[in-house]
Design a protein around this ligand. Structure first.
Ligand code: FAD
Ligand code: NDP
Length: 330
């Protein structure tokens, strides 16, 4: 069967992918969205389908459930005219245009299943977790991987909190959490922080923060409903202990979902797709990146949506330039 051709395809179905789709559809570009089937471990809709209340997405004064927000974005994409396919893309070839796309199960075939003149990559990222004993019970009941998302919830107010990690994220998240918690303990597995000097200094000087070096968590403990302590081991002395804590926040890094584009597009040292600052353009003309797969700093639904809008507008401009060039050469 001949590949199905579209002017533009979107890979990914989180806030970035759907916002790109809404803008592209409204520009009459009839985008196709490959929303994935548990791609990168997430249901269609992405990371927000794994959470409950989202209280910081504008337009929902009482908050909104993550799954509901993503259902609404999907419905909006469709209503605007995007075609949504529940397919995971397992291979792309961006060495020439039109770009070639293979759906899951067809990657061994020479012929792609789809082609597109422009592509928006919005495959997201996933926060690293440690899967401690007890984590399955207390995940989202005291354990989180996003302080900015979850820090303000009532269970953490004026309570001791723990952050795991020693990088810039851990420093930033621990300082952020001092607004809510009574005390923030940062567990660092080595004898030094990885965070930049300025962040490390700020963290170590904060009166509500205690940094514990050479310490790793071993168990998430609680009453069966909510977390109330974190057990730890000192990696040097092998001493074990327990810190009372109603919150445990992982800040041990994220993995951008870059498998599709690795080797075809420039990535930074942490594997995030490099975009030209202030745009969604990658080093491959016609290939645009949006959302967490290109953003290691903000990682929020609203910033992902914003970058999805940028990718759609950049793709629209690219396609109209292609059309003008084609008309001139006729
Ligand atoms: P994602 O949401 O990661 O979605 C990417 C999608 O692309 C996924 O559905 C995935 O399956 C799909 N995909 C990946 N690869 C392929 C492929 N090869 N083919 C097809 N599809 C593919 N942010 C906030 O602003 N507020 C919050 O309250 C908040 N709470 C959070 C709670 C949790 C538990 C988590 C994990 C995150 C939270 N975030 C929150 C962060 C927010 O979810 C992310 O910043 C945002 O979802 C990133 O959007 P995205 O579009 O880049 O990608
Ligand atoms: P990093 O990879 O920089 O740091 C991860 C931290 O988690 C390290 O201290 C690491 O320890 C620790 N860690 C990893 N795995 C484990 C584990 N299994 N158990 C215990 N600890 C663990 O990730 P970040 O998310 O902090 O930062 C990613 C990038 O984003 C960096 O380039 C950072 O500079 C940037 N960033 C910048 C910000 C800013 O400028 N304000 C804010 C946030 C991020 P170890 O050091 O021993 O490997």
């Amino acid at each position: 069967m001949a590949p199905q051709h579209r002017q533009v395809a979107v890979i990914g179905s989180g806030p970035a992918g759907h916002t790109a789709a809404i803008y592209l559809a409204r520009a009459n570009l009839e985008p196709i969205v490959f929303e994935g089937m548990m791609a990168n471990g997430f249901a269609p809709g992405g990371q927000l389908t794994t959470t409950t209340d989202v209280e910081n997405f504008p337009g929902f004064p009482k908050g909104v459930m993550g799954g509901e927000l993503m259902d609404l974005m999907r419905a909006q994409s469709e209503n605007c005219g995007a075609v949504i396919e529940t397919e995971t893309i397992t291979k792309i070839d961006t060495s020439s245009r039109p770009f070639k796309i293979w759906r899951e199960g067809s990657e061994d075939q020479a012929e792609p299943t789809d082609t597109a003149d422009a592509l928006v990559i919005a495959t997201g990222a996933s926060a690293r977790r440690m899967y401690l004993p007890g984590e399955d019970i207390y995940w989202q009941n005291g354990i989180s991987a996003c302080a900015v998302c979850d820090g303000a919830v009532p269970i953490f107010r004026n309570k001791p909190l723990v952050v795991i990690g020693g990088g810039d994220s851990a420093a930033e998240e621990a300082i952020y959490l001092t607004k809510y918690g009574s005390m923030v303990h940062v567990l660092v597995r080595r004898d030094q922080l990885r965070a930049s000097k300025v962040m490390a200094k700020r963290l170590l000087a904060h009166p509500k923060v205690t940094v514990h070096f050479n310490v790793s968590p071993t168990d998430a403990l609680g009453d069966g409903n909510l977390l109330n302590a974190v057990a730890f081991v000192n990696n040097v002395t092998k001493e074990v202990g327990k810190i009372e804590a109603n919150g445990l926040f992982y800040a041990i890094g994220h993995d951008p979902a870059n498998a599709l584009v690795k080797g075809q597009v420039d990535l930074d040292e942490d594997g995030y797709i490099k975009t030209i600052p202030g745009s969604s353009e990658t080093n491959v003309p016609g290939l645009f990146a949006a959302g967490d797969v290109q953003d290691k700093r903000y990682r929020q639904a609203v910033t992902s949506a914003g970058s999805g809008c940028m990718a759609a507008l950049d793709a629209e401009r690219f396609l109209s330039e292609l059309e003008s060039e084609a008309a001139e050469t006729k």
